[in-house]
Design a protein around this ligand. Structure first.
Ligand code: SF4
Length: 59
């Protein structure tokens, strides 16, 4: 599972360009993860050049 660290996210949209369908821009202007599995296949945290995407242990 991945999540977006809203403190670090700039809302730049690079993650959406790097991995369409894994994240989307939320109403707060920050990215949110909509498909963790896809995100993982795209390279996980690395799709965000600003380090705002973080891995989260699933419960
Ligand atoms: Fe940009 Fe990273 Fe936020 Fe995506 S998660 S919008 S790449 S700062």
């Amino acid at each position: 599972m991945f999540k977006v660290n809203k403190e670090k996210c700039l809302g730049c949209g690079v993650c959406m360009a790097n991995c369409p369908g894994a994240t989307e821009l939320g109403e707060d202007g920050k990215a949110k993860v909509i498909d963790s599995e896809k995100l993982e296949k795209c390279g996980g945290e690395s799709i965000c050049p600003y380090g705002a995407i973080e891995k989260e242990e699933s419960k």
